[in-house]
Design a protein around this ligand. Sequence first.
Ligand code: F0G
Length: 401
Amino acid sequence: MDAVIKCIECSSEYPISYTGITCSCGGLLQVEFREYPEVSWELFRSRPFGVWRYRELIPVPRDAEIVTMREGGTPLIRFSRIKEVLGVRESYVKFEGANPTGSFKDRGMTVGVTMAKYLGAKAVACASTGNTSSSMAAYASRAGLKPYVFLPKGKVAKGKLMQAVLHGATLIMVNGSFDDALSAVMQASRSFGVYVLNSLNPWRIEGQKTLAYEIADEVGVPDWVVLPVGNGGNISALWKGFKELKKVGLVDELPRLAGIQASGAAPLAHAFKEGLSKPRFVEHPETVATAIRIGRPVNWPRALRAARESRGVITSVTDEEILEAQRMLGRLEGVGVEPASAASLAGLRKLLDEGIIRPDEKVVIVATGHALKDPDIAVYHQADTVELRGDVNELSEVFWR
Ligand code: F0G
């Protein structure tokens, strides 16, 4: 397979078998084809829907043993009732909560863990706000690798923590934010040689870019894709995916990307608004959407580039707007998402209000993680509860009120 790993800053090239995570200059690495393979929708559609449908565009070595749980192939659900509320013509939610461990991270992990195993790693590690740790622990277990997860103490949602425990990860609790946990895991990697599977790992991006392939496969290229942004890996992957589809001739257009951050953790939205070339990092990020509670996003160069090149935007929404959007998805569409994922609907509403997205444009919002990941959030959504004390007939006023 004719591909290399290339630094996005200094353009140094490494072979596909490179075991490092970043360039020796400190820049971010990216997998790049030297020559694109010949592919067609026909070929892809002869295989099951999911990440590995697009095998030729994921340049893992041919002899690698693929670690998979049939990730991807998630439902793209057309809005029915939200459409009326927003007044939009054609909009969809890509429900990534339907992945094996309940988030989009599985797309990156099937490729990342496949490569970890291929490269001879015995142990893998990540820093995480939760979902990466759940996914990495599950895929590592399947591959027989030992998972170590670095977590911001007290800030990881219960469902995610439970999954990391269930899949046998060693939990390393960090007193600080996700950003501190990421510095710690990078140091641990240098000291102990464990293979890091955060989204700065270029193989994670190779898996996550299939989100773009699946959207285009089902509904063509939308005018906009709206998605939450934390560390900036997913927006970078999505953009890489769409650009590759165009390079291999499978699409003619590119979408505009809208990245949504929580207002208490919005360094990229700020940089975008102020037209800065570099974000000013947020030292104490805070938001109810703990998955995107990130102040120093490592993928910032490629995330900003993705938004700018696509003529898109990165903006922010408040916690109240996020929770309201979570309720709307749950109660108007039956789609249960965790708060960070609801940021995309909150962002769509804001961008429609601001006239940046027009109601006649085709929009896909990405719901990155499942509602069950964060059960404690239910306290914010008032339950409609009635206690049955005696006869069921006493409920008449409950049924008809
Ligand atoms: N949505 C969810 C549910 C997430 O878990 C994350 C990131 C994002 C959106 C943002 O994606 O970082 O690629 O911009 N979660 C990471 C984790 C940080 O550790 O699970 P991003």
